[in-house]
Design a protein around this ligand. Sequence first.
Ligand code: HEM
Length: 719
Amino acid sequence: MEKNTNKNPNHQEDKQRDLQINKSDGTNKFLTTNQGVKINDDNNSLKAGERGPSLLEDFILREKITHFDHERIPERIVHARGSGAHGYFEVTHPIPELTKAGFLQETGQRTPVFTRFSTVAGSRGSTDLARDVRGFSVKFYTQEGIYDLVGNNVPVFFIQDASKFPDLIHAVKPEPHNEIPQAASAHDTFWDFISLMPESMHMVMWAMSDRAIPRSYRMMEGFGVHTFRLINAQHESHFVKFHWKPKLGTHAVVWDEAQKISGKNPDFHREDLWEAIDTGNYPEWELGVQVIPEADEHKYEFDLLDPTKLVPEELVPVTIIGKMVLDRNPDNFFAETEQIAFHPGHVVPGIDFTNDPLLQGRLFSYTDTQLSRLGSPNFHEIPINRSISPTHNNQRDGHMRQEINTGRVSYHPNSLGGGCPYQAMIAEGGFASFNERVDAHKVRERSASFSDHFSQATLFFNSQTETEQNHIVKALRFELGKVATTAIRVRMLGLLNQVDAGLAAKVAQGLGLEVPASPEKPMNHGVGADAEPGKHEPTLTAQTVLSSDALSMLKNPTVTPTIASRKVAFVCADGVSEASVKSLKAALLKNDAKACIIAPHQGFIATDEGGALPVDFSFLNSSSVLFDAVFIPGGQGLNSISEDRDAMEFINDAYKHCKVIGADGEGVDILSAPLFSAKGGALQDGGIVISDTAGDAAFAQEFISAMSAHRYWERENML
Ligand code: HEM
């Protein structure tokens, strides 16, 4: 019998060993056809004479073109745009009392993972920096089979019932008549739908916050969203919410910056993840759980089965149980990142579902969609999807079947095959669903306990700092301002007014509209004779928690501040001080950060000291939105920068986006323009770091420490 044990820490490498058999490398090999025939000429097709027609018999040409013709597969219906990496999950705090899942039993146990981050709305080639929810999917290759935690970077969802998911996605995708806009929610159909779905209001607050424009995949939280169950060896259940907490802290860019990045480098997040792993700055998250005993199911003012609600950490704290480290880029994007197939229904013994009606619909959707995306019921055999725990069953055949099942038996029960493969008892690791009692009428209904659509939206808004609230106001003004239909804008103001009157008033002012006295009815709800079947009028429930610091990014600074893997643009020109450049560059390198020299032209720039420095990018093909901070070194030649409009726009943008700007020596003069007012002016803030001496070591330390704070948001009030 195969033993289901996961106690060997070396399992971290099991998936890499498993993938190895499918890897192919053409180095020092002959070029061949797919049939293994060596090719003598790959540059010319077979013709009847040099200038004659091509011949049908050219099997080499036909094979090559045919394969090319079929290279594309359908993109994911949602989350088409994404990037992923390999890594491992390590248990730091085992929870055998809560779950029998083998991979969570002992400190130090490692399980290989593949994690894919994504946007939702855009197509495969769309920008990384769209205002959008990010997918956060982790495939655990455990010794007891595959476990997928398919979550998002937001802990709640727009809708409560799976039946609305196709409507939500149709509304947010480009409008069907003209396929506009790509990867954007700022259009009529999205807000038309949202304005009629008050249950979406909590998630809308998150989507309009800076959570929807992360600085990096590495700086996002992740959430399982739904309440799941943990089942222990005694078959006892506890409700659980999953949280991923990034080691680098949770950080965002600003909306103006996001839009510019979308033009300058639409692969910004993809490149960031790739480069970080490539340079050994392995991204890391802690996995936390909020655990709720079965007996407390009805203890709260919200329903644990309602995916538009979170459990405030003030009510149930997050316990950290492990960490995930991503330490290996894929070898091949298509084979791994594109072909990976996640499914919230991939669970192992010890983890189970709840009756959350959104989760229940998802449990159907993923395999169904993957059948058409990957083209065959055998997609579990694709190397990246293959379980490292052995699979044996009586499923057979289908397109592209790889497995060669031996023997004459493909049914159960059988006597001809000795009853094999045989069922596993629970004690042998056999999966058994939680024995939940269900005794109910069959109804097309939504529970009345799902009816408070606004209280947690208000909780989220109230939990934000003033800066974060202002960003939400601006995002709503931007998005609704792009909605052409005034009635939709007004309907949204009516809903926002239910969340926070001040918020609605500010958005209304930006739109030049009045907040309606009451929300428009009917929304999707109603009572009495006009009621839609099974719907409840939105209600408000008294809340225990009115503000939760855990929901704000700015109230949660990075635990261990670091600038590792951050990028600094050095604004240079001929005549730059080499000492100044080299001094800060060395200090940054020591802290695992990167320095890039940007100058009016590429090639080399002459230094004040008579040397030359290689230029990474010119102001033409770079932008400060691609960097975390800007440094203007000293040097006699630097004055020319103030006359270079591209260079000044570079610095202006960094200032506007509240980034750290440092200058030393003559570089300080550039920052003395009224906008920056570096020399003690009223506009100076902690993010402006200056030193009169070029190459000063104390300056480098101050600059690095300022950078670790990410941004200087108070500057927004000065602009
Ligand atoms: C009823 C509601 C939902 C349905 C029907 C649904 C359906 C889908 C479908 C069809 C895909 C494409 C899968 C593929 O082609 O491999 C997908 C991907 C995804 N969904 Fe959902 N989804 C729903 C709700 C959610 C929710 C609530 C979350 C977050 C908790 C979520 C997270 C994701 C993620 C992260 C992916 C991308 C997985 C990857 O990286 O490949 N979905 N979903």
